[in-house]
Design a protein around this ligand. Structure first.
Ligand code: ATP
Ligand code: MG
Length: 498
């Protein structure tokens, strides 16, 4: 049976019209104003031909106008293909074609992309936001209700392990994600969520959806600026903020002897592994960190560590949220025991129904409702999840498993190392051995031997990199995630001799 709900934004504007919805720069708009603006833009979109169920690519910055564009599409029941604005023109063209988008709306500043798309994708009706906002508005056909199974957004995975795949996110996925988060963190009067992560990622977009569903204001920042963040937390009485570890590191450093105000109750940390030294410094500075694990396919966090466990379960991503389940599966497909490592499988109403136009990939990834995350990890006796690494990056050396993330974390704790990436190199004796690519500080004199000695003190011998290469920069994708497959290509191409 299909489940219907009222249009999220329209319902919110009806329930609490005068509450603040979004703070952006010096502006504040209420839910009623956000609805009215989105309504007008929905009319303008309809004027350009956008209708229910159409796919519209959007290339946006973190800006109030972008929020309006995203909700205008929802009002029409059109599907937003939300593109990462750090992609190259070629990647944008590829994702637009792959998704079958018939429309493309982009921020005025992306002029190069606009001309490339106009030149190469004649079938797509492209407009800048400025042109869209200046066009004639017709009376829009607002979707008074939505089916929870309807597609709301398409978001591409980061492309860390291979080609990015378009993830279908339904209204139900976003609804259950927001609900699961609320059942975990609670919603208190006076909550205010700071968003300085990109709106084009599920981390940022999910904040928008929570704002509407909870009736909670969000503060939107164009980008992460640590001084501005600390100031805003005080000025706007921010209670919750989403961060990735590089942001949190900057916050910890910038705070020095200062402390965040008492009403600040949650630093939601996700996107990748959390280095232990960072978690320890947060404890010292009384920053309430909630470690989380999630992915584009789970419409944001699916596993979160409640704060009462942050001391005893340091390094764990926590337990699955109320609506969701996890299990660990061994290579022989049997369910793993506590402490046994295997692939992390997740299930729940926040999980994507599949990849857009990729029935084969969908079939391989989701079976009986369980999504194979491609990550490996284990559950402890009490059911807390520990994420180790990606399955495809695992190094097997003399029959022992090595998780590159563990070795990288040790290398990164070296005071003269700025960045580190680890992958396996074929080896006649051991099958594979670990190799490290290292970016050291400009003035650093640290040697290969020095790094080896440092590693030997902290890692079992088989985990210590057998090759250490210095490089200027590591390959990262538009989401800033390390591309270990490119490291493997570097080795295959002989760019670093062994
Ligand atoms: P692709 O699927 O195209 O390879 P991606 O998996 O990097 O790209 P995202 O959906 O942005 O794309 O990232 C989700 C992944 O990020 C997870 O599958 C996991 O590997 C990693 N991740 C997220 N949270 C954590 C965490 N707490 N600890 C370790 N890894 C994490
Ligand atoms: Mg992935």
């Amino acid at each position: 049976m299909e489940n219907f709900m009222p249009n999220f934004l329209k319902k919110r504007a009806f329930l609490t019209p005068d509450r603040p919805a979004v703070y952006f720069q010096n502006e504040m708009i209420t839910f009623k104003e956000l609805y009215e603006r989105s309504y007008t833009v929905a009319g303008q979109m309809q004027g350009m031909g956008i209708q229910k169920k159409d796919f519209a690519g959007v290339l946006l910055k973190n800006h109030l106008d972008s929020v309006v564009v995203l909700f205008a599409l929802q009002l029409l029941g059109a599907r937003a293909v939300i593109l990462n604005n750090r992609l190259t023109p070629n990647e944008i063209v590829w994702q637009l074609e792959d998704s079958g988008a018939a429309f493309f709306i982009l921020d005025d500043s992306f002029t190069e992309i606009e001309s490339v798309v106009n030149e190469r994708l004649h079938h797509i009706n492209t407009t800048t936001m400025k042109k869209l906002f200046a066009s004639d508005s017709v009376t829009p056909a607002i979707q008074e209700e939505i089916s929870l199974g309807d597609i709301c957004t398409i978001m591409y995975t980061s492309g860390t392990t291979g080609y990015p795949k378009g993830v279908i996110q339904t209204f139900g996925n976003h609804w259950w994600s927001a609900t699961g988060s609320a059942l975990n963190l609670g919603i208190t009067d006076g909550d205010c969520w700071l968003c300085s992560v990109p709106l084009f990622h599920i981390s940022g977009f999910s904040i928008l959806m929570r704002g509407i569903i909870y009736g909670m204001p969000i503060v939107l920042h164009e980008r992460f600026d640590v001084e501005k963040i600390i100031q805003t937390i005080q000025e706007k009485r921010v209670t919750i903020m989403s961060v990735v570890s590089t942001m949190l590191t900057q916050i910890v450093d910038a705070l020095e002897e200062q402390r965040l105000p008492g009403y600040f109750r949650c630093m939601l940390l996700g996107g990748g592994p959390a280095p232990l030294p960072l978690l320890q410094s947060c404890q010292k500075k009384e920053i309430p960190v909630f470690q989380t694990y999630g992915m584009t396919e789970t419409a944001s966090q699916i596993v979160t560590l409640a704060p009462e466990y942050c001391l005893t379960k340091l390094g764990s991503a926590g337990k699955p949220l109320f609506p969701s389940q996890i299990k660990i599966v061994r290579e022989d497909e049997a369910e793993a025991q506590a402490g046994e490592v295997g692939e992390i499988m997740v299930k729940g109403p926040n999980i994507t129904p599949g990849y857009l136009n990729r029935p084969q990939a969908t079939k391989e990834t989701i079976r009986n409702g369980w999504l194979n995350t491609g990550d490996v990890g284990y559950l402890d006796e009490e059911g807390f999840l520990y994420v180790l690494d990606r399955r495809s990056d695992l190094i097997i050396s003399g029959g022992e498993n090595i998780y590159p993330a563990e070795v990288e974390a040790v290398l990164l704790s070296h005071p003269e190392i700025i960045d580190a990436g680890v992958t396996g190199i074929e080896d006649a004796k051991w099958g594979q051995v670990p190799a490290a690519f290292i970016v050291k500080k400009a003035d650093s004199k640290v040697s290969v031997e020095g790094i080896e000695k440092y590693c030997v003190k902290q890692l079992a011998k088989y985990k210590v990199p057998k090759y250490i290469f210095f490089t200027e920069e590591l390959p990262r994708n538009a989401a800033k995630k390390l591309l270990r497959r490119t490291l493997r290509e570097w080795i295959r191409e002989g760019r670093f001799s062994t």
